[in-house]
Design a binder for this molecule. Sequence first.
Ligand code: FAD
Length: 467
Amino acid sequence: MMQDATSVPNEASPDAVACAPVKRSTRRFAVVGSGASGCYAVEALLRQDPLALVDVIERLPTPFGLIRYGVAPDHQGTKAVVRTLERFLANERVHYFGSVCVGRDVSLDELMAHYDGVILATGVNRDRKLGVAGEDLRGVLGSGAFASWYNDHPEALDASGLLARSRQVVVIGAGNVALDVTRLLVKRRDGYAGSDLSPVVADALSNAPIDAVNVVGRRSPGHAKFSLHEFRELARLASGRITLDPAARQTRFDGGEATTALPHEILALPVSDAIEAAGQPIEPRRAVRLCFDLEPVAFLPAADAPDRVGAVRFVSRSAQRESDAGRVRELTLPADLVVTCVGYDFHDRFGLGASGGVMHHRDGKLRERLYVVGWAKRGPSGAIGTNRIDSHAVVAKACAEVSLSAAGDGSVPSGIEPLLRSRGLRWVDFAGWKRIDQAELDKAGPDRARRKLAGSEQLAVGSLATP
Ligand SMILES: Cc1cc2nc3c(=O)[nH]c(=O)nc-3n(C[C@H](O)[C@H](O)[C@H](O)COP(=O)(O)OP(=O)(O)OC[C@H]3O[C@@H](n4cnc5c(N)ncnc54)[C@H](O)[C@@H]3O)c2cc1C
């Protein structure tokens, strides 16, 4: 329903940013994507323009992007931020259009024609490739694909079959996502209590015959990007099973790296027996070994299945760099499953220009009336809260710059709802999301936070019956 200036309650908070004066009083914005950055953009629009109407357009039926489908299922404290974000979507000036994909159901040009301003908050959408031989072998997965699976993303591949025959796992990366993946791989079943791991995922993880998980970083322990908190969580969880590759003790700390306790705590781990002997089952089961200064150079096929990964070959990075050819260390680790946690890549689906994994923009502005926030703007780095600062800054710019340009006749632009109706498209509105949410909470059972519905179930429960 269209609202005029007098019918909209003034919700400006004391920290609201003043906007440039406008002739028509109500502007309608579209926010594309309902992850952290999209939701914080909605918050900012509500605060900074007390009259703005905001349509949130989300490809999936459910909101919250990677908070729902990336953040580890046993970190419910982190996921709980959605309760704050949901308040923005619940605001009467906001309309949620779930299961509507820009570029498929409506074009970006159509959005530009139906809104005063458009804010893209579409994130980054695929795992970064390492670009080494054998990366396409079965059993080599990116962390986005793996996290989608353990978070029940409706489009995720099924990793159960891979896990069922995985004794040796290699996790490549030295950031928090590598720790999430490793923790879930080595956790015992009782550690899933309180999470939202589905029974299928929980069975696959706990029944997997994993003997060892080698976590391999390219650089020294001093460069590890683990947060101290997450590292300690893994060290506690795998106490007695977690060791350090002895060679990591010899890697140098380059100047200024050891500003936190992290490298010291890594180096204080017990050293594993000669890692080169890996391949034999290691006791105890689900041992974790941290290795550093190793660059993956090839994924090698399994002896009995040439389309499946069987090992990863690494070379020592510092020895390469220092042209210390005589001391180049080569290491081949057996691997039935490899999870690469090396970041994400941006696919420029709107053809707006991108390089280095981010869209081309100027302080968040892509072109007149079109802005970008979040990972699509900055690339895949920073925590959930980083998106708030960023989205608020970009929205301040949008509020100051966007004039009432779209309709031209003084009326508030219609938004996409009439377009969706004319195309006979169904969508999930905010009430529909709440029905999905409630159904998932009802299905949770005693030791789970929620049980996510499959994509088709989400649509059955959540989408509007008659557009
Ligand atoms: C595996 C993993 C674990 C993480 N764990 C943590 C953690 O523990 N703590 C932490 O602070 N941060 C964590 N992060 C980082 C955090 O998730 C990001 O900072 C945040 O999600 C980025 O938000 P975003 O809105 O830019 O992108 P996203 O969350 O990816 O949201 C983008 C949204 O846009 C939608 N979309 C995309 N294209 C379209 C389209 N064409 N039309 C309509 N909608 C579209 C997507 O469906 C999605 O909902 C993690 C990230 C990953 C990948």
